[in-house]
Ligand binder design. Structure first.
Ligand code: F6P
Length: 328
């Protein structure tokens, strides 16, 4: 392993996700293991521009592996999208003597890192952290497994009351552009229908499906709706549309919102974060840059950042079919 790098910085950026703290811990402790200094940057790229840095040691990340959120805070930073903002960020890193940057975040955060690398030749490595699981080059992103379990747990509770009152519930889950969370949580929670951004089967089909299930003897149902679904209505509009066309249904709407992003990370996310953090630091020490760490076939792999950003993380077509069969 190369001994040239003496100081690495780590930040969390964009929407937070459970497991980010476990990844920070892993990065900091891997640095300590290799006798490299590590600094944390608060509030993602905003903190980089503001020079909001903190020295981190193996002990400063004690008792965080089990915590949701991120001790380094997170932000979506418009200023870093400008050359002026990136210039200030670069100067701050040089001033601190930081020689490489690890960014824990989603595709927006990786785009910033990649541009920064192109402009300044600055070494960057990404760790995917988002509950959306929408990043090419990794089967799982940090926080996705935890969020899935959170959503299934909440829908189980909604099912109790839906069943008591013979109601139809529309449950909106996060996912602006990706339906992984909706599809997998929907199958796991036994949803009647699942509406995702990647597949628009139209409102007619939703009505047909609900009618069919009512005729088959179902007395209550759950429809899981991803935020970014493409029917052209928001979740309340959808509920109104169904109410108008199928007046027999007693309908309620639940928008799960940001509770999906919080909570203690699952064991899966903690282990994944620990593995990814080690790989991120050791990749930098091997002289690698401009990659994202991911997991495929239970192996930790690297994908060039541009591919991770541009590539599409495809929805599991087989799971869509499984979902259809389960709603008979
Ligand atoms: O990208 C993660 C995500 O949680 C999306 O699922 C959601 O659409 C978005 O972030 C919400 O962002 P914010 O917290 O900025 O409202």
């Amino acid at each position: 392993m190369s001994k040239n790098i003496k100081k690495i910085a780590v930040m969390t950026s964009g929407g937070d996700s459970p497991g980010m703290n476990a990844a920070i811990r892993s990065v900091v402790r891997t640095c300590a293991f290799h006798n490299i200094e590590c600094v944390g940057i608060y509030r993602g790229y905003q903190g980089l521009i503001d020079g909001d840095f903190v020295e981190m040691t193996a002990r400063s990340v004690s008792n965080i592996i089990n915590k949701g959120g991120t001790i380094l805070k997170s932000a979506r930073c418009k200023l870093f999208r400008t050359p002026e903002g990136r210039n200030v960020a670069h100067k701050n890193l040089l001033k601190e003597g930081v020689e490489a940057l690890i960014v824990i975040g989603g595709d927006g955060s990786f785009t910033g890192a990649m541009i920064f690398n192109q402009e300044y030749g600055y070494p960057v490595i990404g760790i995917p952290g988002t509950i959306d699981n929408d990043i090419y080059g990794t089967k799982y992103t940090l926080g996705y497994d935890t969020a899935l379990n959170t959503v299934v747990d909440v829908i189980d509770k909604i099912r109790d009351t839906a069943s008591s009152h013979n109601r139809l519930f529309f449950v909106e889950v996060m996912g602006r552009d990706a339906g992984h969370l909706a599809l997998n949580a929907g199958v796991g929670a036994g949803a009647e229908e699942i509406l995702i951004p990647e597949e628009n089967l139209g409102l007619e089909r939703l009505l047909e499906s609900l009618e069919r299930s009512r005729k088959s003897g179902k007395t209550s149902s759950i429809v899981v709706v991803a935020e970014g679904h493409k029917t052209g209505e928001n979740v309340f509009g959808l509920a109104e549309y169904v109410e108008k066309n199928l007046p027999n249904y007693d309908i309620r709407v639940s928008v799960l919102g940001h509770l999906q992003r919080g909570g203690a990370p699952s064991c899966f996310d903690r282990v994944l974060a620990s593995r990814m953090g080690v790989k991120a630091v050791e990749s930098i020490l091997e002289g690698k840059s401009n990659y994202m760490v991911g997991i495929n076939n239970d192996t930790i792999v690297l994908t060039p950042l541009d591919q991770a950003i541009k590539g599409k993380s495809e929805i599991d077509a087989d799971l869509l079919r499984v979902s259809d069969i389960m709603t008979i």
